[in-house]
Design a protein around this ligand. Structure first.
Ligand SMILES: Cc1ncc(COP(=O)(O)O)c(C=O)c1O
Length: 429
């Protein structure tokens, strides 16, 4: 706003400093107490090859799997844009159209004054898409997890968490203050033993928490066995379907649809994201009407946060339409994944997970080698995630290649040639 408006200037209010506050602030500024401590830590992280920095990367409308970094076009094998929707002009148009009649900001938390019809329309569509009675939007997958899990379990309860669960699930479990049993990865015998051993311990509630598709390994949680064990032992189930939503199942419904009869209707809580295969941003939880009503009151990451911009919700409705109307995208991402996996195996880099799994980890080991491999691929025109601790366990740093429906056969061949160039088979573990 221009300064010469009729509004009188608001006088500055001088706050009384608390005793010692000025001195403390001064000491932080003058002797560098905070910065010095953090610089020391950053130097240690640097030395261990674990420091992270940001690089500007542009994704342009209609650009498919192409991104631009420092003016150079790179083929993106790093993002979670599995269906090639992040740059889809139809989704951008849905947001732009919504902005003609909806304000950019929700204005407040949805419970206060920020509940827009676009939010409610998206939740109706999401529930239908997931075959669930109801859905609730969250600002992100991270928030959905840290909002929902602590709302469901607490101090007198126990969580059974897969050892390779996503960081947001780990944080959610910690935040809940429930007892956490870490289950060896995908080991349902171990899960059964833990559930049995806890029978006599008197926990109020028991919750099994898993990724539907593991984000860094690409394999699937054995949901058929997990829901059977949950039923047998009176436990609830929570599936983080961030990487399955839109990709797995005949209509893209995710892990539950993929596993089908026996699992459908048997998972208590499913979290899905809108920022990966759906190409937008945000996340949601689906489940019973009662669960959603409860979360509206009790999930702090829903209650105490500003609503999603309504135009984003409108964009997500369009993304959902495309996901369901264009099953060829799902067939394509599977074909790309299968081709990548076959070609990498032929190079001597066996990759874990399903033969057409869309997350393709190439294990390297030491963090610095993985980072160097990522940088070498970038120099050759390919953006590939180089993943190191704490995202993955120590000594298991890797390239995380993601398949997308937007990749062409030439993209695949180009990446495989670049990998052959920089990563001789002997360096693969
Ligand atoms: C398994 C899993 N859960 C949750 C999240 C968080 O989702 P979001 O990026 O929407 O916060 C991610 C994404 O990084 C993920 O991989």
């Amino acid at each position: 706003m221009h300064e010469s408006t009729a509004e009188p200037a608001v006088p500055a209010i001088a706050l009384e400093p608390e005793p010692g506050a000025a001195r403390d602030r001064e000491s932080v500024r003058s002797d560098g107490g905070l910065d010095r401590a953090l610089r020391r830590e950053l130097a240690l992280l640097d030395r261990a090859g674990l420091r992270r920095t940001l690089r500007p990367i542009e994704r342009r409308p209609g650009g498919g799997a192409r991104v631009v970094e420092d003016g150079r076009v790179l083929v993106d094998f790093a993002s979670n844009d599995y269906l090639g929707l992040a740059a889809d002009p139809r989704i951008a148009a849905a947001a732009a159209n919504a902005l003609r009649e909806a304000a950019i900001g929700a204005g407040a938390a949805r419970l206060i004054s920020g509940n827009h019809p676009h939010h409610e329309a998206l939740e109706r569509e999401l529930a239908r898409f997931k075959g669930a009675p109801a859905a609730l939007l969250f600002g992100s997958g991270y928030l959905a997890n840290v909002g929902t899990i602590p709302a469901l379990v607490g101090r007198r309860d126990v969580i059974y968490a897969d050892a390779l669960n996503h960081a947001s699930l780990i944080d959610a479990c910690r935040l809940s203050r429930a007892e956490v049993r870490v289950v060896p990865h995908a080991d349902t015998d171990a899960l059964a033993r833990l559930l049995r051993a806890d029978r006599a311990t008197g926990f109020r509630r028991r919750l099994i928490v898993v990724d539907g598709v593991f984000s860094m390994d690409g394999d699937l949680a054995p949901l058929d066995r997990i829901v059977a064990l949950a039923r047998e032992h009176g436990a609830w189930t929570y599936v983080d379907d961030a990487h399955a939503t839109g990709v797995l199942g005949a209509t893209g419904g995710g892990s539950v649809e993929h596993w089908g009869a026996g699992v459908e209707g048997a998972v208590d809580v499913v979290m899905g994201t809108l920022g990966k295969a759906l190409g937008v941003a945000g996340a949601f939880v689906t489940g019973s009407r009662t669960l959603i009503d409860y979360l509206v009151t009790r999930a702090r990451a829903f209650v105490f946060t500003t609503g999603t911009p309504p135009a984003m919700a409108a964009a997500a409705v369009e993304a959902l339409r495309i996901v369901q109307d264009e099953p060829a995208r799902r067939r394509r991402v599977r074909a790309v994944a299968a081709q990548l996996r076959t070609r990498l195996a032929a190079l001597g880099h066996p990759v874990a997970g399903a033969p057409d799994g869309h997350i393709i980890p190439v294990l390297i080991g030491p963090a610095d080698r993985a980072m160097a491999a990522g940088a070498a691929l970038r120099a050759r025109g390919y953006l590939v995630g180089a993943v190191r601790p704490p995202t993955v366990p120590l000594g298991t740093s890797r390239l995380r290649i993601t398949a997308s429906a937007a990749h062409s056969d030439a993209d695949i061949e180009g990446l495989v040639a670049a990998i052959a160039d920089i990563l001789p088979p002997r360096t693969a573990r």
